[in-house]
Design a protein around this ligand. Sequence first.
Ligand SMILES: C[S@@+](CC[C@H](N)C(=O)[O-])C[C@H]1O[C@@H](n2cnc3c(N)ncnc32)[C@H](O)[C@@H]1O
Length: 221
Amino acid sequence: MKHAIDIVTHCLTIEYKSCLHSDIDLDQKEDLVLDPMAGGGVVGDVCRRFGRKCLMYDINPVREDIIKHDLKQGIPKGAKNADFVFWDPPYYKIKEQEYGPQSISAPPKSEYMKVFENAAECFAENGIKKIALLMPDYYGKNPDENIFIDEYIAQFKKYGEWRILRRVHCPLATQQITAYTIATRLKTKTLSWLARDLIIFERVNEYYNESEMPRTGALAL
Ligand SMILES: C[S@@+](CC[C@H](N)C(=O)[O-])C[C@H]1O[C@@H](n2cnc3c(N)ncnc32)[C@H](O)[C@@H]1O
């Protein structure tokens, strides 16, 4: 729970709230937010607080308001044309064991990165208007396994319909660095990562597409 509060404070509340009052104009009241990898459901809780409707999905749902769905199968019907996607995917191998074999993080790097390329196309073709992608740089045991945030951006750029509105830095509170992590870092002589970035993409083409189907099935949180 502390983790959730920290994420809300550092990533969603401070930055998201300031985004709402900035020129970014992420979304409006009553807008539909989609969280395709909802984890503990923080995004739904924040949506409830800010008066947004939210649909949450995960391959391993842990709450009743999160629906089981594999994003690799596409966007669920009720979530098509969502105004805003908050996407907090697994950070490659960081929690590989916890998320299990069906997670996008289980296969090797090339397959994992392909998920982002496919998602860029899938989100655009299903009428999604904006995406916030939360991601840190990743350092593997072998430098060939490193993945930098720019590589995720490159996957989105391949599709050509997404432009970046903003890159919001989301520092982690030092309280989130556990004694175990510090001990491991000292032992392995490696640095901890202390920040993630929230990359906000906007769909450039067909932004106001008259033919978009009306949404159905959103849970009014
Ligand atoms: C970083 S966590 C999300 C954390 C969440 N934002 C929170 O605050 O608790 C990533 C989530 O992605 C889910 N996931 C991994 N592969 C998936 C897939 N193919 N489809 C849907 N969810 C997936 C995992 O089960 C995990 O809950």
